[in-house]
Design a protein around this ligand. Structure first.
Ligand code: GLP
Length: 240
């Protein structure tokens, strides 16, 4: 795992954007795996500016998002589909038909998950997956558990994640208690993974990312087994 420590959030965002921009130039029809949360917002802004300046184009890009709350409609203002439209898709020249977010209203989430994974594979696989880290070490919505799922699936959210994500909802009671999420296998199949982490609240997870062990209780640690991971964090996340 390559580690880049940045001075602050802005620098982290620029570093992340640089890596994605390089891929877009090298492979304009690449497949991006995208993440939500506060962490990648700055990077998405950078990318939108680069796009506006004509430095990069998303015209031929296909994207697959990690996860979506369940049950939640795509037009709900807290859905991850809505988040992606607001924070990236509406601000760049991507073809919205080529953007994918797991269906938060799927009647049969297991079938939807299997189809999502099959579609990614048929498209040629994810070239670059963006990831954040939950304060408890979750990636996408793969929460700390004794056993983790390989493929895209329906999952329950831990109380700590509901609490952490309640800042975006009117109240904690409004946060869905379930989500559909790519599994660890879906994520690990990506050719390259870029993990972003900012702020003191992520320090404990970053420490776990640095030792020589993996545990399903901190799902992010499994990324240590991937051959091409770049962890970009700021000083606050690295030093606590
Ligand atoms: C959510 C998302 C994760 C994200 C995490 C961290 O739970 N499912 O993909 O990494 O939040 O969010 P933030 O970046 O806001 O700290």
């Amino acid at each position: 795992m390559k580690i880049i420590v940045c001075e602050n959030y802005d620098e982290m965002s620029k570093e992340g954007a640089k890596i994605i921009a390089a891929l877009l130039k090298e492979k304009p029809d690449c497949i991006l795996g995208l993440a939500t949360g506060s962490t990648p917002v700055g990077m998405y802004k950078e990318l939108a500016e680069m796009n506006k300046a004509g430095e990069i184009t998303f015209k031929n890009v296909t994207s697959y998002n990690l996860d979506e709350y369940y049950p939640l409609a795509p037009d709900h203002d807290q859905s991850y589909r809505y988040f992606m439209n607001q924070n990236l898709f509406n601000n760049v020249d991507i073809d919205i038909a080529k953007t994918h977010v797991p269906d938060g209203l799927a009647e049969d989430p297991a079938a939807m998950g299997a189809a999502y994974d099959a579609e990614i594979e048929a498209a040629g696989g994810i070239d670059l997956q963006v990831l954040g880290l939950g304060p408890n070490g979750h990636i996408a919505f793969n929460e700390p558990e004794d056993e983790l799922y390989v493929g895209t699936h329906l999952t329950g959210l831990t109380d700590s994640t509901i609490e952490a994500n309640s800042r975006f909802f009117a109240s904690k009671a409004d946060v869905p208690t379930q989500a559909v999420t790519m599994g660890i296998g879906t994520i690990m199949k990506a050719k390259k993974i870029v993990v972003l982490a900012s702020g003191k609240a992520k320090h404990a997870v970053i420490e776990k990312m640095m030792d020589g062990r993996i545990t399903t209780q901190v799902p992010g640690t499994i990324l240590k087994c991937h051959p091409d991971v770049v962890l970009i964090c700021d000083k606050a996340a690295m030093e606590g």
